[in-house]
Design a protein around this ligand. Sequence first.
Ligand code: FES
Length: 159
Amino acid sequence: MAEIDTAWLTAVDRIVAAHADQPGALLPILHAVQKELGFIPPEVVGRIAEGLNLSRADVHGVISFYHYFRTHRPGKHVVQLCRAEACQAWQGQATEAHAKQCLGVDYHGTTADGDFTLEAVYCLGNCAAGPSAMIDDKLYGRVTPERLEQLLAQHRRQS
Ligand code: FES
């Protein structure tokens, strides 16, 4: 097993302590861990389980159920493309295909240079201006293949 980063455990302990008393604490804890560490390292699953008096399998089951949670370190930028119905009606599939081609990865993949991780989401609340995408924490609408290319180039320059 990989060596556990003690900074991860410190962060996880703090997050678990902050939420442990609330009902249904697991989901908010997983969100907080991913927000702080960028992903949920498999090495911290046991620590989360211990803190909530759950089994590792319980925690692992929730992580794998939700597409949103990632268990690998992401690239410098996370590109989330909306695959829900309204964005599909706005020709979102063309943007998806173009993203995969430009980045050379499929969903959940990270480019070889580590700049981008591509992920799917199911509605970003921006249905009237689809296709929608979120890059890092910023929402974009009308993301045609051309617009996506511009956004990727812009973010690549910031890397
Ligand atoms: S369906 Fe894509 S933002 Fe709602």
